[in-house]
Design a protein around this ligand. Structure first.
Ligand code: A3P
Length: 289
């Protein structure tokens, strides 16, 4: 059961679709009161925008490219997901500093002083995002989405899926784009020029990278390497029955423009009108690279 929490037409606050459970059990309130430390590092995103990719880059930069350490534990343990019951808020809190924090919540749902820490926000064009989200929702056992892509895309546009509204989410971060503690990157630029974006992330985290560091990171975080890497590819979900095995892998395709294989001309036109009407982020999403 999901609920659009915090929507307020009077103040223009967009709110966010979250599981009712997160409201009932106090998770959202606890997160709002979470004590941010200045050396915390957040990777924030709307789901399916390249979160895991950026998490691996950030983790390696902050551990001075300790590839061995990165391979020992899965991403969920190394870089816990703030609002998710597993491994839970307690595991976020008790990490040694610098603490790594993944979140899909919009900025308004995070502590008021979140930007006293460093935050990297990754976004992606909404067409590829919805395609990736569709496959993910089919694959995830507890959602086991059965409907068509068209139906899923309609739900996305009507803000009925977890973490919607998409543009409200993007906007919550883009509003703060001039804050020096926020770095906004896109899936498309990371695809087009991984070396440049990785270097930018290093600089942002006060960890300047040599050319050979950058080269190693580009190689290690390429789609094919990450798809084959059990510490980042979520293959451990199989052991816990979290994944519907007949469906796509978490590391599915890793492409910009895969939406072309899913949108008919009609649904594409409708989607574009929706983008025009709803994208008040000032952000020019790239739909191809
Ligand atoms: P696709 O389903 O389009 O393949 P998130 O980590 O936010 O859940 O995002 C998952 C999406 O990012 C999936 O997209 C996944 O394949 C893609 N992805 C993950 N690592 C990647 C990498 N190293 N290079 C390119 N895409 C990657």
């Amino acid at each position: 059961e999901y609920y659009r929490c915090g929507k307020d037409t009077r103040t223009g606050k967009e709110g966010c679709v979250v599981p009712v459970q997160m409201i009932k059990d106090g998770t959202l309130k606890a997160i709002k009161k979470f004590k941010v430390q200045p050396d915390d590092i957040f990777v924030a995103s709307f789901p399916k925008c390249g979160t895991t990719w950026v998490q691996e880059i950030v983790y390696l930069i902050m551990t001075d490219l300790n590839f061995g350490k990165a391979s020992e534990k899965v991403m969920e343990t190394r870089f816990p997901y703030l609002e998710y019951p597993y491994p839970g808020l307690a595991s976020v809190v008790k990490q040694p500093s610098p603490r790594f924090i993944k979140t899909h919540l919009p900025l308004e749902f995070l502590p008021d002083d979140t930007l006293s820490a460093k935050v990297i926000y990754i976004t992606r064009n909404p067409k590829d995002t919805v395609v990736s989200y569709f496959h993910f929702s089919r694959m995830l056992a507890f959602s086991s989405y059965q409907g068509s892509f068209e139906e899923f895309s309609r739900k996305f546009k009507k803000d009925e899926l977890p973490y919607c509204p998409f543009f409200g989410h993007v906007n919550s971060f883009v509003k703060e784009k001039d804050n020096p503690n926020l770095l906004i990157i896109t899936y498309e630029e990371l695809t087009r020029n991984p070396a440049e974006v990785i270097r930018k992330i290093g600089k942002f985290l006060d960890k300047p990278l040599s050319d050979s560091d950058v080269e190693l990171l580009v190689e290690h975080t390429s789609f094919s390497r990450m798809a084959a890497n059990p510490s980042v590819n979520y293959s451990h979900w199989d052991e816990f029955g979290i994944r519907n095995k007949g469906e796509e892998n978490f590391m599915r395709k890793g492409k910009v423009g895969d939406w072309r294989n899913y949108f008919s001309e009609k649904s594409n036109n409708e989607f574009e009108s929706w983008v025009k009407e709803n994208n008040r982020t000032g952000f020019n999403f790239e739909f191809d690279v």
